[in-house]
Ligand binder design. Sequence first.
Ligand SMILES: *Cc1c(COP(=O)(O)O)cnc(C)c1O
Length: 356
Amino acid sequence: MDLNILKNLKLTKTTASKIDTFDFEDLKFGAKFTDHMLVCEYKNGAWQDLEIKPYSPITLDPSARVFHYGQAIFEGMKAYKDVNDDVWLFRPDENFNRFNKSAIRLAMPSIDETRFIGGLKELLKIEKEWVRKGLGNSLYIRPFMIAIENGVIASPSNEFLFCIILSPAKSYYSGKIKVQIADYYSRAANGGIGAAKAAGNYAAQFYPTKLAQEAGFNQIIWTDSTHEHLEESGTMNVFFRINDTLFTAPTSDRILDGVTRKSLIQLGQHLGIDINVRPMKIEEIVKAAQDGSLKEIFGAGTAAVVNQMEGFAYKEDYYQLPELANEDSYALQLKDALTKLQNKLADDPFDWTVKI
Ligand SMILES: *Cc1c(COP(=O)(O)O)cnc(C)c1O
């Protein structure tokens, strides 16, 4: 960490905090934000001074590149508070490194650890009251970077804005979802930007997801270019349990390297669950659903941690998964173990949590 960068941080505090009237019980994910945000501009070939200021709109010229060519990336991470009121981050280095990988892929400048992690820690110190204690409570963190240079010239911007905003979150039981396996649309391409957290990846999946929702499903499980292998579910990585083995696809150009995914793999192994990372064929899970050996499917990502599925559609057929007692579900066991570790309600044998 470069302490000079943090010493030059410009801080303007709000005179009208929203915290006293904020309803922490009624939280729609990602809908409301805290009092302050972190911003930092990149220009003349360098990142400028960090600034923390009241949460407020960003004003840009209509010709700013982000509006035309979609040079935009983001991250998703969470902060947690323990019983002693200390605030913790979960594997922030993973998000920092992935942010820079996304930046490189989108021809954007990488950012230094001091501005990203150091800046975030300074912001969290100011917004400490917004992090609530208790299992499942967290503060969702959304770092992002956009191209702000003016001019509708189809070339990479030379100016960027890095920003972090914070949104209080609660993990509640959202119910099981029904998914449809993609057999026409794709989320990502070989050699494309699927492995980056690029804003455009989401834009590209809204329309097919809307069609799936109109057909009665909540999400899509994306497949590879030949629509033979199972890749990701919506905005999450995906796990399949056949008998007592948990399968998930290896990461690739098309599959995002999720922090939740890699943490669940390690945690599962630690808990004695048999985990197998290999490409999964649609054919295999259809067969397993038919012979009763397919026990669970679930998505894994920072926002929901784990999202259980009740069944999947493939082409004309729908396959219902069996009802499992909660204590027999790998999804729920893993979710419980990971959330307790993150909320500092259980040991962290992996040293994943970082105190701010
Ligand atoms: C963010 C994201 C995930 C989940 O990653 P986490 O680090 O676990 O939150 C999975 N797939 C896609 C496409 C994503 O954008």
